[in-house]
Design a protein around this ligand. Structure first.
Ligand SMILES: Nc1ncnc2c1ncn2[C@@H]1O[C@H](COP(=O)(O)OP(=O)(O)OP(=O)(O)O)[C@@H](O)[C@H]1O
Length: 358
């Protein structure tokens, strides 16, 4: 399977800049996710790769084939791009059986009858819906219908699979199962896959790499671990998982050591590292589970603040605390029950990640 390279994609709808210089490469056999809030440009990117949207500028290559190049006015028709597509709105045909729905792309390609039957049966087996082959869509659950859509997308051995919120009709439990199942399928077929979602859990659990977008811009690209533990932007930190953002004035205590003084807190925080190159105001992010709650009479030497517990929620596998330090509100998460009596928070220096230098 080839790489997909998107270079300098720009697309405007009237005064809305849906894509503003979007560039990325998806590697062979990779499951690559476009993640971001509604309206950030995910679908426009995917539709441009599919050939259903025509960018104003930029280029899209799939291996050695140029799908689109605004400079040379290349725009390969969608049907010649050999992509497997499952869009939210890409409904299966209600008047056709499961078999005929899955056979449809092969009939369009004038595949011979015996080969068509073999390929459809293989796809149905792979998606574990062979027993449903004679049923009509209204006789299927939402999850089964989405499997039919996927079977139809992979039946003609596409070069690349494009999926736009393919689990949107599933309930929470089925969605979780569908993630595991799709990841296994993608892996076993070795399909280069571009997946669009606004669901951070889905993105973190399935992706080899994630691209986070907002307002037509790419903010960060990285593995799920990099995106979660080292967000490079405050938007990424708060969009992907819960996060505390603390803004303060930076001072250098030695060539390698920095402290951040945050208004309303009792003592400056020591940072393990900063990307600041001289800026005074810095925002750091710390995940709730990176904060340790201690009895107040056992403080550590640094990065310890006395705190007041405002509320505690028990969420099954963890507790979520709303805390106040001076005039600053924070959230923390721990696996065990809260300590009794007055508490202090410990914010480990290496868990404080620069997200914005202003
Ligand atoms: N055909 C269109 N005409 C006008 N504006 C459009 C059109 N398609 C998209 N847009 C606008 O372009 C921007 C990006 O839209 P896009 O559908 O790519 O976002 P998205 O991230 O996929 O959102 P969602 O998660 O809600 O599907 C939005 O502001 C949207 O309103």
């Amino acid at each position: 399977m080839p790489d997909i390279t998107v270079t300098g994609l720009v697309k405007s709808f009237g005064s809305t800049r849906a894509l503003d210089n979007v560039s990325f490469t998806v590697a062979d056999k990779e499951l690559f996710t476009l993640l971001g809030p509604s309206g950030c440009g995910k679908s426009t990117t995917l539709m441009s790769i599919a050939g259903f949207q025509h960018p104003d500028a930029g280029r899209i290559d799939c291996g050695d084939t140029t799908y689109f190049d605004a400079d040379t006015k290349t725009d390969l028709p969608a049907e010649d791009r050999n992509l497997g597509i499952v869009f939210q709105s890409y409904a299966i045909w209600p008047h056709m059986t499961v078999f005929d729905n899955v056979a449809f792309p092969l009939r369009v390609r004038k595949t011979r009858r015996a080969e068509l039957r073999t390929k459809v049966e293989q796809s149905l087996e792979l998606l574990e819906i062979a027993k449903l082959s004679g049923r009509y869509p209204h006789e299927l659950s939402g999850g089964q219908q989405q499997r039919v859509a996927l079977a139809r997308a992979i039946v003609y051995s596409p070069t690349v699979l494009l999926l736009d919120e393919p689990f949107s009709n599933l309930d929470a439990k089925l969605r979780e199962r569908a993630r595991v199942w799709l990841k296994d399928l993608q892996h076993s077929l070795g399909l280069t896959t571009i997946f669009v979602t606004h669901d951070q859990d889905e993105a973190l659990s399935m992706s080899d790499r994630i691209l986070v977008m907002n307002e037509g811009h790419i903010l960060q690209t990285g593995t799920p671990q990099e995106i979660y533990h080292h967000p490079s932007h405050r938007f990424v930190a708060s969009f992907v998982g819960q996060c505390n953002l603390l803004t303060g004035n930076l001072s250098r205590t030695s060539p390698d050591s920095h402290q951040l003084l945050i208004a309303g807190t009792p003592a400056p925080l020591t940072l393990a590292a900063t990307t600041s190159t001289g800026a005074d105001t810095v925002t750091v992010a710390i995940r709730p589970e990176a904060i340790t709650l201690l009895p107040e009479d056992q403080p550590r030497a640094e990065n310890c603040w006395p705190a007041e517990i405002r509320s505690v929620e028990f969420l099954g596998d963890h507790y979520l605390y709303r805390l106040r330090v001076g005039t600053v509100d924070l959230i923390a998460a721990t696996a065990s029950a809260p300590p009794t009596g007055p508490i202090a928070l410990y914010l480990p220096p290496d868990a404080l990640v620069d997200v914005d230098v202003t």
